[in-house]
Write a protein that binds this ligand. Structure first.
Ligand SMILES: *Cc1c(COP(=O)(O)O)cnc(C)c1O
Length: 373
C-alpha cells in the first residue's frame, strides 16, 4: 500500500535506509578486520533481524530474552552481558551464547567454571573511568557507576580465566571520543591487553551518521590489532537503525491557550518516551524550530499526562484537523520503549520495502493492554 494509506499512529521502518546503514558497516568490517555485533536494545523488532544478520558478525544481548531472540534469528556470534546473572539464567545462556561477559570479579568467580566447561569465551566488563559526556546519570563511567570493574578492583588472580575485555562508555559519539576512550583503556589496562584475545568497545558509536570519521575508527582498530594482537569488536545499536524509521501521526484537535496547540492521535510520553525523558527532539518533515516559519504550534499527545508534548514546531501553512505529520529518525528507542500507560493504544508497525511499497507488520489491540495486567 501507499504510505498515505497507512493507518495512524504508525511506526514506519525504511528498508532502503536500513540496508544502506548495514552496507556501510559491512564494508567497514571487511576493510578493518573488526567485528560488528547488533546491540538490540534500541530496536528489538525481530522482523528485521534476519536482514540485519546478513551484514554483521552477530548479536549482542543484555538479557536472557534478548539472547533467546538473537539465537533464533542470528546465525553468527551471540554475545551476552548482564550486570548480574541469575544461576538459572546461566544454565540457559550457555546453550544460546558463545561469549559471556561478566560485570564483576564475584560474578566471574561464581560462573567461570561452568561457562568455560561449555567452551564459551569469557569476558570481563571493565570501567576505564573515562567520561565522555556531561550527563552523569546516563554515563556508565560516572563516579560510583555499578557498570564494569575498575582497574583497582581488577581480579589479577583470575586473569587466566578471562579471554577478553568489554568496555561500554560512549553514547552517540563520533570517532574522536573513541580515540580518547582507546587511549584511556590502554593507559589503564595496557599490561592486561596482551593476555587477551579480544576487546569489545561496546556501543555508542554513531558510525552511520553523516560526518562520522571512519578513518579514525579504522586507525584505532589497526593499532589495537598491531600492538596487542586483539580481535576488536563493536556492538552499536543506534547506528544500525540511524534515520531508518518514521513516526506518522494525525492532528485530531487544535486548541488555543496563549499559543496554538495541535493534539495528535498519538502520545510522546507513550510512543517515543525519549522525547519526554531525555528531551529528544525528532525532526519533523516540512516543519522547523518554533517561530522560524509562519505558524508555530505546540504538538501535544492525547494522553492525560501534562508532560505529554512532542515539542514546538513551526509550519508554512496553518495546521488542519486531519493533517498527517511525519517525524523522522524514529526507529531508535521508540518501539522498544513504548508503553500503553493510561490505556493509550500502541501504534501499528509498518515497513517500507525496497520498492517503496508499504506493508503493515503488526497492529495492537485491547487484548495486548489487558494481557499485561
Ligand atoms: C546500549 C548498549 C550498547 C548499544 O549502544 P548504542 O548507543 O545503541 O550504540 C552496546 N553495548 C552495551 C553494553 C549497551 O548497554
Amino acid at each position: 500500500m501507499l504510505e498515505s494509506a497507512l493507518p495512524t499512529p504508525c511506526y514506519l521502518i525504511d528498508q532502503a535506509k536500513l540496508k544502506s546503514n548495514l552496507t556501510l558497516l559491512e564494508s567497514l568490517r571487511a576493510r578493518s578486520g573488526c567485528k560488528i555485533l547488533f546491540a538490540q536494545k534500541a530496536f528489538s523488532s525481530y522482523a528485521f533481524y534476519s536482514m540485519i544478520a546478513r551484514y554483521l558478525d552477530g548479536a549482542a544481548s543484555c538479557s536472557l530474552y534478548e539472547a533467546e531472540i538473537a539465537h533464533h534469528f542470528f546465525h553468527g556470534e551471540n554475545h551476552v552481558f548482564e550486570t548480574a546473572y541469575l544461576p538459572e539464567e546461566i544454565d540457559q545462556l550457555v546453550k544460546l551464547c558463545d561469549h559471556i561477559t561478566f560485570n564483576s570479579p564475584t560474578q566471574l568467580a561464581r560462573y567461570a567454571g561452568q561457562v568455560h566447561s561449555n567452551g564459551i569465551s569469557i569476558g570481563l566488563r571493565v570501567n576505564p573511568e573515562y567520561l565522555s559526556q556531561q550527563t552523569d546519570d546516563f554515563d556508565p563511567c560516572a563516579p560510583y557507576s555499578r557498570l564494569g570493574t575498575t582497574l583497582a578492583q581488577f581480579p589479577k588472580d583470575q586473569i587466566r580465566r578471562i579471554d577478553g575485555l568489554h568496555v561500554h562508555a560512549l553514547y552517540e559519539q563520533n570517532a574522536d571520543a573513541l580515540e580518547y576512550l582507546v587511549y584511556a583503556i590502554v593507559e589503564k589496562f595496557g599490561s592486561i591487553l596482551p593476555r587477551m584475545q579480544w576487546l569489545n568497545l561496546g556501543g555508542g558509536h554513531h558510525i552511520t551518521r553523516e560526518g562520522y570519521r571512519l578513518d579514525k575508527l579504522e586507525s584505532c582498530v589497526e593499532k589495537l590489532q598491531r600492538n596487542f594482537g586483539l580481535q576488536v569488536y563493536f556492538e552499536p545499536g543506534e547506528a544500525i537503525v540511524w534515520e531508518a524509521g518514521y513516526f506518522i501521526t494525525t492532528v485530531v484537535d487544535i486548541i488555543d491557550n496563549g499559543m496554538k496547540i495541535a493534539i495528535l492521535d498519538s502520545s510522546a510520553a507513550c510512543h517515543a518516551p525519549d522525547i519526554t525523558e531525555v528531551q529528544y527532539r525528532p525532526p519533523l518533515i516540512g516543519a522547523d524550530k518554533p517561530n522560524v516559519l509562519k505558524h508555530t504550534y505546540r504538538l501535544g499527545g492525547r494522553s492525560c499526562l501534562p508532560e505529554d508534548v512532542f515539542g514546538d514546531y513551526s509550519f508554512d501553512e496553518e495546521l488542519q484537523i486531519g493533517d498527517r505529520l511525519v517525524f523522522k529518525d524514529m526507529a531508535i528507542n521508540t518501539l522498544t520503549k513504548a508503553k500503553m500507560y493510561t490505556g493509550i493504544p500502541m501504534p501499528s508497525v509498518a515497513v517500507r520495502e525496497m520498492d517503496g511499497n508499504c506493508k503493515i507488520l503488526r497492529t495492537f489491540s485491547f487484548a495486548d493492554y489487558k494481557n499485561r495486567f
